[in-house]
Design a protein around this ligand. Structure first.
Ligand SMILES: Cc1cc2nc3c(=O)[nH]c(=O)nc-3n(C[C@H](O)[C@H](O)[C@H](O)COP(=O)(O)OP(=O)(O)OC[C@H]3O[C@@H](n4cnc5c(N)ncnc54)[C@H](O)[C@@H]3O)c2cc1C
Length: 485
């Protein structure tokens, strides 16, 4: 940085005007901690632009004066990506005020928005025009569409609609030197050379700041059926999934695996939630089918229950008879995440495996965790229909914080080694950020490391934007990264 912090604040105040820059530690406190509240950063200042041109002005200034910067959306990413560095203060560029709906075209089934729009707002606007934007996730009341694109978010309906990569038609991006790339086309087909927007999707803000997004919409579902099914084990859940994929075809929009331990966590966080079935079961599947036209969903789901019972995959089940009952079933899914938070320090993961290997993986990983720490509780649930598990670990409560962290690190290392053996991914949702960097780089080939590093070098040779996310702070991991023994 060739300029003092107060000069940065003075210049950006002039650029953004009243309320555009926050500098007191009290004003900046909510930008310095993420959703889980277990990590703290230390921003140089927080810039809150309202337009793409203001974002470009800030970035150009930072580029000229070598000021490190990081984009921040709704702060729900959970891998430390949007948190300002604690040691080397960065300018946080919060997109929260860049939040206008630009254009909706119901005939083209597209919606153009500023990147700071909250996901729930985007879904509401689509619904007002009798369209559906299908990305749905627990953090949708806080996360922003720019953050969703930057992390290639998935969520509950991936098995039907894909990740957000499949839902983005156009992007507008401010590059690390302040130039604006306008790729805001609303085309469903476009095969002109390289598809540049794909580079920014999932790049976690390391190649540019997303300021505008053109999203693909769908017809609104007219009918939805939600069911909770008790199953004896993960293999039975997988068998039921195979049946559901064939008998409900593309109407199957969610298929979530929930072990009994997760229900208990949900009851801890929300004691008013009723146990959905009379007899407790080892595992449950929460599934949903939706249709935009006249289809007998009830008959479809009953047929699935019957076939599952005959095959020994279904023990019991409940089909929601009202929207309120369906909402209560989905509330279990949310509350069990809140229940984990109540237990303090724990390990959260978002791994992915080929669906057909999930049963064997599940058993092997459970055995491996128990061999290291029999008192640790495994909380493994997730989007089974996408092969994506949150294989989370609650360490013994009596350990102190340092001992918990040492144990969780050992367990994570072992877990990721098993994921690698099964040719899986250590990050199916939240990205790499800063917390998964070593494991990510360990899993890359030398050629992959070189290509990724060259890409970063091309866009951001001074490594000023989101430095230390995905790649190490020093830009050339081929030289500076030392693989672990
Ligand atoms: C309860 C809960 C449930 C969740 N469920 C899911 C789920 O089902 N599926 C899933 O995929 N994720 C899930 N997540 C993770 C999280 O919600 C997603 O990663 C989300 O996309 C992050 O959006 P955000 O706006 O909060 O981004 P932030 O956390 O603010 O930022 C995430 C990363 O993107 C960068 N970034 C943010 N905005 C921009 C921008 N405009 N331009 C460039 N870079 C930017 C940041 O620098 C950071 O590296 C969940 C999180 C929580 C807390």
């Amino acid at each position: 940085m060739n300029i003092s912090s107060s000069e940065v604040i003075y210049a950006l105040n002039a650029l953004l005007g009243e309320g555009g820059i926050l500098e007191s530690s009290q004003d900046m406190s909510r930008y310095a901690v993420d959703w889980a509240g277990d990590r703290l950063g230390s921003p140089l200042a927080v810039a809150r632009p309202r337009t793409t041109e203001e974002v470009a002005g800030i970035v150009e200034f930072c580029h000229r004066h070598r000021v490190p910067m990081v984009a921040q959306g709704g702060h729900t990413g959970l891998v430390g990506g949007a948190l300002p560095d604690a040691e080397q203060p960065e300018l946080v560029i919060s997109l929260e005020r860049l939040n206008q709906i630009r254009e909706i075209d119901p005939l083209n089934f597209t919606l153009s928005v500023d990147s700071g729009c909250v996901l729930q707002t985007v879904k509401d606007v689509a619904a007002e025009h009798e369209c559906d934007f299908p990305l749905s996730l627990g953090a949708q009341g806080s996360c922003q569409i720019g953050g969703n694109v930057a992390t290639n978010a998935g969520g509950l309906n991936v098995l039907r609609y894909g990740m957000i990569r499949q839902l983005v038609l156009g992007l507008e991006v401010v590059l690390p030197d302040g130039r604006i790339w306008n790729g805001m086309r609303a085309l469903h087909k476009d095969n002109r050379g390289y598809d540049l927007k794909q580079l920014f999707i999932g790049a976690e803000g390391t190649l540019g700041i997303i300021t505008g997004v053109v999203l693909k919409l769908f017809p609104q579902p007219q009918e939805t059926r939600t069911a909770l099914v008790a199953v004896p084990d993960v293999f039975a859940a997988l068998g039921l999934y195979a049946l559901a994929r064939r008998s409900c075809c593309e109407l199957l929009s969610a298929f979530e695996l929930i072990p009994r331990a997760c229900l208990e966590l949900a009851f801890e966080a929300a004691p008013d939630l009723p146990d959905p079935l009379e007899t407790p079961a080892p595992f449950y599947v929460l599934l949903e089918i939706t249709a935009s036209g006249p289809v007998d969903l009830e008959a479809m789901i009953e047929h699935l229950f019957d076939s599952g019972m005959q095959a020994g995959q279904v023990l019991d089940g409940v089909l929601a008879s009202s929207d309120a009952q369906a909402a209560r079933l989905w509330r279990i899914r949310e509350a069990m995440v809140e229940g984990q938070q109540l237990h303090g320090e724990h390990l959260r993961t978002d791994i992915a495996l080929p669906i057909s290997t999930l049963g064997n993986f599940f058993n092997e990983a459970n055995r491996a965790m128990a061999a290291i720490s029999p008192q640790t509780t495994v909380i493994a649930y997730g989007h089974l229909g996408d092969g994506n598990l949150h294989f989370n670990l609650l360490p013994p409560a009596e350990l102190d914080l340092t001992a918990k962290r040492v144990l969780l690190h050992a367990l994570e290392t072992e877990l990721f080694a098993i994921v690698e053996d099964y040719q899986g991914s250590i990050s199916a949702e939240h990205g790499i950020g800063r917390t998964k960097q070593t494991a990510f780089l360990d899993g890359l080939s030398e050629l992959e490391r070189e290509l990724i590093s060259d890409l970063k070098q091309l866009f951001d040779p001074d490594n000023l934007m989101a430095a230390g996310r995905i790649l190490p702070r020093v830009t050339d991991p081929a030289i500076h990264y030392q693989p672990q023994e």
